[in-house]
Design a binder for this molecule. Sequence first.
Ligand code: FE2
Length: 241
Amino acid sequence: MKNFDPERRNLLKNAGLAGAGLIGSGLALSSIAKAAAAIKTPAQTEGPFYPVRDQLDKDADLTRVQGRAESAEGTEVLLKGRLFDADTGLPITGALVEFWQACASGKYNHPEDPNTAPLDQNFQYWAQVHTGNQGEFSIRTIKPGAYPATANWIRPPHIHVKVHKAGYPSLTTQIYFKGDQYNNTDQILQKLTPAQQNLVTVDFTTQPDTNELSGNWNIYLGKFQGITAAGADRLTTPELD
Ligand SMILES: [Fe+2]
């Protein structure tokens, strides 16, 4: 039980399971897991700007590009979290988690991005990290700029994420900054239910001394539906390094 995610416990609480006496009653993890099966990080569109240009530097620090002296423009963001199996509540180790996003001006490093805002040569745009022994991951990045999706739709600042792990379907989603002025009118975020929106919206806090934003975001990865464990084991994690 020691790996069971405390935040997930809160989610269960909010879902009314605490009231049903399921939490804190010493029930086996599997019983809680069954009750928790509905809590799964929702998928969202990949969008048109998944990186197509490979880059040597795809480490966890997007604020610096290898070989360049300057760091990226914008408000620094430290994002930490853990990856959990949505059914068992246990951490998933060794998964590949990809992050890609616009720089502070709202521009992607993608040839199809029509935005005329400037690229930031000191921003890394794309990271690939692996989860650790407790399912943990972290990246250092900058707050992406909002950008126009159409003439009357501004996308709020968001970070795209893809999770890959053998035995699980890949998850593609996006995460948002709680309280942003464009969240309520975003045509992608608003496709989700309010509960799902909470699972992809991060409540960042500002560090008083540095102005840096820091936030925590856990991922709850669902399993394949209707596939045997033996079948799932034969699926492999793609090599994307
Ligand atoms: Fe985007």
